[in-house]
Design a protein around this ligand. Structure first.
Ligand code: AHG
Ligand code: MN
Ligand code: MN
Length: 346
């Protein structure tokens, strides 16, 4: 008999990958309030994301691409998949009665969810961007879902109010995204690092594929819609020219998908920075603080990066309204610092 190849033997003894369900249960004791409520909530997100993934994969075959001819609160055209994804997440969370409030890019106002299970209300509110990068759907490019979770601040014997949603980003207890890309991934944090799970479509199960995600120590990608160049603040125009200079490891590489989730995910893995500055058309930028910037900023910081609005930390911005916008710079710490310096000096 041939001697066993030690490389193959090692392969066979490799521990099986952990499923997302197992990981959630194993880590639920990290919370101050480990009642299992947050675990159930993450499981509901997992389930809804599979339903959205299924539909996104069929786009082009069934009548799900294109516009609804309606506009949302931010004055943007709603796509059919925006509305579908919103309904799927809303139903998954409402039917399971695991949150006391729901807010979404696709809803004008927050939704109060009362629990009929017992007299006490649930303790968490969720804010979501059900389909991020929806202008990409018609072209079969990657889209995502972003979510942000807070523990309510009002008394749990009353229905939720606006103050439960308008909390600063630093109060988030969990945040994450689903990327419907070449493969489908769910990436999230509860403040103890960032972990990424890849969906095995044959089994319908997410497996831990990217444990403890961190930005590389340096980066060379910048992601910005340069078509708006003439409408950008002076500091950003200078920064773009700096990125293009042939000096000290530059020019940097320019990559922009137009889907925050996809652009952020690439920059997290390869090392880079995402910019959506103020423009003449959108003086406060375009991205929404509560369900786009705060959750992505939380993930960025947990992965060793940073996120600012050019003046300060995104997670410390005071919130005034549900659909509030902010300029957004997010990625490798050193690169975000460079941008902040360009903005300060201009
Ligand atoms: P959404 O599809 O949820 O409205 O978000 C789109 C956002 C963001 O994902 C993306 O990076 C940015 O808008 C793209 O904006 P521009 O087309 O102005 O570059
Ligand atoms: Mn979005
Ligand atoms: Mn959206």
């Amino acid at each position: 008999m041939k001697p066993t190849n030690p490389r193959l033997a090692k392969k066979h003894t490799k521990a099986p990958k952990k499923t997302l369900g197992e990981f959630i249960i194993e880590n639920q004791n990290q919370f101050g309030y480990s009642t299992g409520e947050l675990s159930r909530l993450l499981n509901a997100i997992k389930l809804a994301s599979k339903a959205v993934n299924h539909e996104v994969n069929k786009a082009g075959l069934v009548d799900i691409i294109g516009s609804t001819n309606q506009i949302n609160h931010s004055n943007e055209e709603q796509q059919k998949l925006d509305v579908f994804a919103n309904q799927v997440f809303k139903r998954a969370l409402i039917n399971r009665q695991i949150v006391c409030g729901f807010a979404s890019e696709e809803e004008d106002d927050f939704v109060v969810i009362s629990s009929s299970k017992n007299n006490s209300q649930n303790n968490y509110v969720i804010l979501i961007d059900p389909l991020d990068g929806s202008s990409n759907i018609d072209t079969n490019a990657s889209v995502g879902t972003i979510f942000s979770i807070y523990r309510r601040v009002t008394s749990s014997d009353k229905p939720v109010s606006e103050s439960d949603f308008l909390q600063k980003g630093i109060n988030q207890v969990a945040a994450g995204y689903i990327l419907y890309g070449t493969s489908t991934m769910l990436v999230y944090t509860t403040g103890f690092g960032v972990n990424g799970f890849t969906l095995n479509p044959a089994l319908g199960t997410f497996y831990l594929s990217h444990p403890n995600m961190k930005y590389p120590s340096s980066g060379n990608i910048y992601s910005i819609n340069e078509g708006n160049y003439f409408h950008f603040p002076k500091g950003i125009k200078k920064y773009i020219k700096y990125c293009q200079e042939n000096k000290n490891g530059r020019p940097y590489t320019s990559r922009y998908i137009g889907s925050l989730v996809s652009d952020f995910h690439r920059n997290l893995i390869k090392g880079g920075v995402y910019l959506y500055p103020s423009t003449l058309k959108n003086p406060n930028g375009k991205l929404r603080l509560l369900y786009e910037c705060n959750p992505i900023a939380f993930l960025s910081e947990q992965a060793g990066g940073a996120a600012t609005n050019g003046k300060g930390r995104i997670l410390e911005i005071s919130t005034e309204e549900l659909h509030q916008r902010t300029p957004f710079y997010c990625g490798n710490k050193a690169m975000v610092k460079e941008i902040d310096n360009f903005l300060k000096l201009s």
